[in-house]
Design a protein around this ligand. Sequence first.
Ligand SMILES: Cc1cc2nc3c(=O)[nH]c(=O)nc-3n(C[C@H](O)[C@H](O)[C@H](O)COP(=O)(O)OP(=O)(O)OC[C@H]3O[C@@H](n4cnc5c(N)ncnc54)[C@H](O)[C@@H]3O)c2cc1C
Length: 406
Amino acid sequence: MTKKTESYDVVIIGGGAAGLTAGIYCGRAKLKTLIIEKTLVGGLATYTNEIENYPGFPDGATGLGLMELFHKQAKKFGVEFKLTDVKSVSLEGDIKQVETFRTIYQAKVVIVGSGGKPRLTGAKNEDLYLYDKGISFCATCDAAANTGKTVMVIGSGDAAIEEGIFLTKFADKVMVSVMHENGKMDCNEIAKAQALANPKMEFIWNTVVDSFEGDERLNTVVLKNVKTEEKVPVPVDSCFLFIGYLPNTEIFRDILDMNRGGYLLTNERMETNIPGVFAVGDVRDKYLKQVATAVGDGAVAGYGAEKYVSECEIFEKQIMNEGKSSLAYIYNAIDPQSRELLPVFKEFEQDHSDIRVSCIDVYKSDGIAKRLDVESTPCFVWIKDGQIKEKYYGEITPERINSICK
Ligand SMILES: Cc1cc2nc3c(=O)[nH]c(=O)nc-3n(C[C@H](O)[C@H](O)[C@H](O)COP(=O)(O)OP(=O)(O)OC[C@H]3O[C@@H](n4cnc5c(N)ncnc54)[C@H](O)[C@@H]3O)c2cc1C
């Protein structure tokens, strides 16, 4: 099958909080922007019943409600959406390619906001009972179906305990398997106190899942005591796994730099190791994975994308000057010496109407300097016949410029 090709300024992979925010910034900057989302626009946050710590919502918000607002705002700024899975990427060079089943999307900038997926326990028979067969990862989605029933939660982090508390509004009994000693949990102290005081919650300490058992559907979780090795079958109607997440970065392996856990490495501008490729949100190696920080990442990358695209245009049209002669003076406005040389280049420009002269301040933006591979300032670059002929770092005088640029 021949795939069709479509072109955008920016393609964003993943329509979670981070991708949507990047989209809002890019759309508002009038960049032609596409968000590709493989499951549900809104991402992981839509699975969360209550988000109480996102600023601006003193009465809390449902994850779904909050993400619908993000989505609406992105659409308002003209961002386009495609519901499909990104299969592969080719990110080197000025035009990047993002490939789905039917289409190859070309873009000047790619923003990766592909988040993570739930970690599995690895216990026996787990794959037999995933999703609608009894093992769930989403209390919001599956709590109502467990009204009056007995459920088990695996884990003791914030997500496990907060979602466990939410489940008690529906289920008669919520048993929590915790791998730590009695009383030790990984969640915040407020959630811990609330959970321990909740009469519907029961804690089974020092345990991990040994196997999942049932017929068509899960009906028993066999727990193993990590100290005594004793195995205890616990009858349940459903089991909710909240034991962490793994980054969705398989398609970026050997392309983008990542840490040992597979999380993408960026600098504080959300730039990856490839120019024009940014990473945002939970997919990034970062200290705190929350909606508020995903939004911050998205804003930074959206801003950076706009700068990158405009620098691409300046580079092609002005600096490379479509094959005609061009002189670029790269300086730093906070360095008085390099600032004082500006009139020298203005004068050269007046005397040479056939040469395009550009003065580029790296203090404002270092993108053009990076593209020209300029190591330090002040420096001037002489470009002729579409090629960089000289990068000059020595003492700059009118004579020196005249002798090089001809
Ligand atoms: C149970 C739970 C409770 C939470 N509670 C809170 C809370 O109270 N407050 C808070 O601030 N945060 C909370 N969080 C964390 C918050 O949900 C995340 O930090 C946030 O959703 C991260 O956003 P993101 O855009 O980086 O990633 P995600 O929301 O994970 O979005 C990534 C998106 O990328 C898509 N994707 C992945 N691969 C591809 C591909 N190849 N092609 C196309 N699309 C792809 C995915 O389908 C997904 O929609 C909670 C998380 C969980 C799991």
